[in-house]
Design a protein around this ligand. Structure first.
Ligand SMILES: *[C@@H]1O[C@H](CO)[C@@H](O)[C@H](O)[C@H]1NC(C)=O
Ligand SMILES: *[C@@H]1O[C@H](CO)[C@@H](O)[C@H](O)[C@H]1NC(C)=O
Ligand SMILES: *[C@@H]1O[C@H](CO)[C@@H](O)[C@H](O)[C@H]1NC(C)=O
Length: 302
């Protein structure tokens, strides 16, 4: 009789052996049913949380577990006030990812000018603009706002990716899937995309041309390719000491974080030819400003 036991996990085997369950056959049958119910439940919940539809993935029970691996450090406020540092990035440039990396490695909070309630749980500094925040995310490019910061970090990302990712993020939280979502995406996209190239250009241009304090420009693509090297430079700029252990932990969590992000392929094909021409023009102009500023040693960059 006990020869059946090894097929089941220990706890279940114990349950099967309980004397009050009637004959052995009935007990085995009950066990098999129980295991099947458990298995298929867990399996389908797991599948749901990994499904292609974003709604299920985001609202599924495994989202929180997968999205927020164990934090490297408990977030805290600094002992003394920090230099007021802006983190500038066009929507979709990856500023949330960068904030996450900063928090993981330093244990210090990062703030923002606008509140995104989705972020509040993992970014307790969301919506806070004071000298307890290591950096504060902003998308404001009015001159007086730019002048109110002592230091600034600009996260620059290829405009095609930024624009598409941001649009995707906006529609992703709707509970519709498949063909319907595609249709909705297409309808909204044409309207949305028109004004974005100029907006991308202006935000970055205004900061590059008018910010007078210490400036650090970080390219998303480089950060993605060599996160440790780029983050080391950034922490040097921010005056933060981080150990190799901190950086390793940051890197591990970053990998888990990025796994949860949507991947977009064939990006330029979503932009019409005239939009592509417009974007390429803006991008070329911005990179000229960038290299002029670099030649004038306007900012800290090895
Ligand atoms: C952010 O905080 C700084 C310093 O406290 C202040 O000068 C600035 O006006 C604040 N900005 C906004 C938009 O609240
Ligand atoms: C900044 O704001 C947070 C939350 O309101 C507060 O706990 C912290 O003490 C503030 N820091 C400074 C320097 O005012
Ligand atoms: C990329 O987009 C173009 C134009 O829409 C299409 O012809 C091509 O098949 C796409 N490639 C992939 C790999 O999806």
């Amino acid at each position: 009789m006990s020869s059946e036991a090894p097929f089941f996990p220990t706890e279940l085997a114990c349950l099967c052996k309980m004397q009050s369950f009637g004959s052995c056959r009935v007990r085995i049958l009950l066990c098999v049913i129980l295991i099947n119910v458990l298995f298929f439940n867990v399996f389908s919940i797991y599948q749901l949380s990994h499904s292609k539809t974003n709604w299920a993935r985001i609202h599924g029970p495994f989202y929180a577990l997968a999205f927020f691996p164990r934090s490297c450090k408990e977030l805290r406020l600094p002992d003394k006030p920090l230099t007021r540092t802006a983190l500038v990035g066009f929507p979709g440039s990856g500023t949330t990812w960068l904030r996450y990396l900063i928090q993981q490695a330093t244990g210090l909070m990062t703030g923002s000018m606008q509140v995104d309630s989705h972020l509040k749980s993992s970014f307790p500094g969301e919506g806070i603009n004071n000298s307890s925040m290591l950096v504060v995310r902003t998308r404001d490019y009015r001159r007086e706002h730019i002048a109110s910061w002592e230091k600034a970090v600009i996260l620059l990302r290829n405009p095609y990716d930024s624009i598409l990712i941001e649009y995707y993020r906006r529609v992703m939280t709707t509970p519709i899937i498949g063909e319907k979502l595609l249709a909705k995406l297409k309808r909204g996209w044409q309207r949305y995309v028109r004004k974005q190239p100029l907006a991308w250009f202006r935000l970055n241009l205004e900061w590059l041309q008018h910010f007078q304090g210490a400036l650090f420009v970080i390219h998303y693509e480089k950060l993605k390719a060599k996160p440790v090297e780029e983050m080391k430079r950034l922490f040097h700029f921010l005056g933060q000491h981080v150990t190799d252990h901190d950086l390793n932990c940051m890197l591990k969590n970053s990998y888990n974080y990025l796994k949860m992000k949507p991947r977009v392929t064939n990006v330029t094909s979503h932009f019409s030819r005239s939009l592509q021409a417009e974007i390429n023009r803006y991008r070329a102009r911005l990179y000229r400003v960038l290299s002029d500023a670099r030649n004038k040693k306007k900012w800290t960059r090895p």
